[in-house]
Ligand binder design. Sequence first.
Ligand SMILES: [Zn+2]
Length: 457
Amino acid sequence: MLLNVEKTTHANFDGYIEALKRLVRIPSISFDNFDQKFVQQSAEAVKAMFEEAGLKNVQLLLPPSGRATVYAESLTSPDKPTILLYAHHDVQPTMREALWNSAPFEPEIRGDRIYGRGTADDKAGIITHLAAFKQARELLGDKGPNLKFIIEGEEESGSAGFAEILREHAKLLKCDAVIVADLGNFAKGTPSITTTLRGMSAVNITLRSTKTPLHSGSWSGPIPDPAQALCRMIASLTDEHGNIAIPNFEDGLVPPTPEELESYRSLGYSEKTFRSESGVLNKVSLTVPEGEILESLWRRPSIVVTAMESGNRSSAGNVLQDCAYARIGIRLAPGMNADRCSQMLVDFLKAQVPNGLEFTAEIEDGANPFVTDTQHPFFRKMSEAMAQAYKNDTKFIGCGASIPGAELFRKTFGDIPILLTGLEDPECAAHGENESLYLPDFEAGIVAETLFFMSLA
Ligand SMILES: [Zn+2]
């Protein structure tokens, strides 16, 4: 069986790469200040691929944002389990385009990787699902599981409408398990299933002292500087070791079990690897010891200032600025709640505003953290399929990032297995410049998902 699947995948792999390229060429950035016609174009392209592959009931589901999610299905028998296959067709902006070695939306293969925005995150996820479906159908006929595809159009911009889609179409999407192909492998060639995700939230804070910027010579001294005031407030969020100082902020946090800690340790992750993968400067010391790096990334909260502004560098002059702005991002560990934590952070900052400065806070839509129970037999089947395909042990890992969809699936379908797989790896630069996909893992990922479908026949 393995040999058959490997042969089929290998024979068709060039075609899968071509299909991936077709999707990557569409700049489907789902942020408001980019042209949303490309998100529509990308949804149409996925829809056309699904139709061409013979999937049924192919349709676009439209959330209020208008960023279409694509649905399709292949139903074999009511006696067979139904697997919902999730990926997303929207992408992040390109960041600093000058740093790309090839045009972000003109996919290019260099060595064993293909470069382009959306190659790894998450257009490879779409092609993996589609390829595995085609291959399982070729090898099994209609003896395979029922498959339903749900390819989201606004994952990168917060999934606000996706919750509504799940609510509205819960019946259409009903399933026994979900494969979310939007995560990644712990390392190249190390097949991984993610069992926890951090949540996220962000608040936008503005602190204002005057109606307009003022000549600093004529006015500074008596009037408090909003930039310094905001910096002091932000600095109070954590102590000198990086621990969060907001009282009760971590209430409810679910610590990793001894088994989970053991599994993290079995990955043998060193500070050296972490340093080289993250690019942290040599002289910069970390806030945790080597043995706690993964736990810190996956199971503890963090607060970072994602943007700050007061005046701007290109027109800096001798000015007392009228206001200062910061966007503060929170990563939440499993057990914590996004709404509660963002409100606590705002209240904590507000209580410290000096000199009666005007304080405004805007809380963005957050995503709750996610944790799944790996006891269901599907986890074993997937883990075995991946081990066979990659010819390497499958690891259960955590992830420091957020996928709002995972928790939404949990809410919609109850306690069914949610398998978080995917093709990112530490070199893939998802969300950064020169995003890429490691081609041998792309191929192994398709083999693995095909084998998983066959194990359900
Ligand atoms: Zn993604």
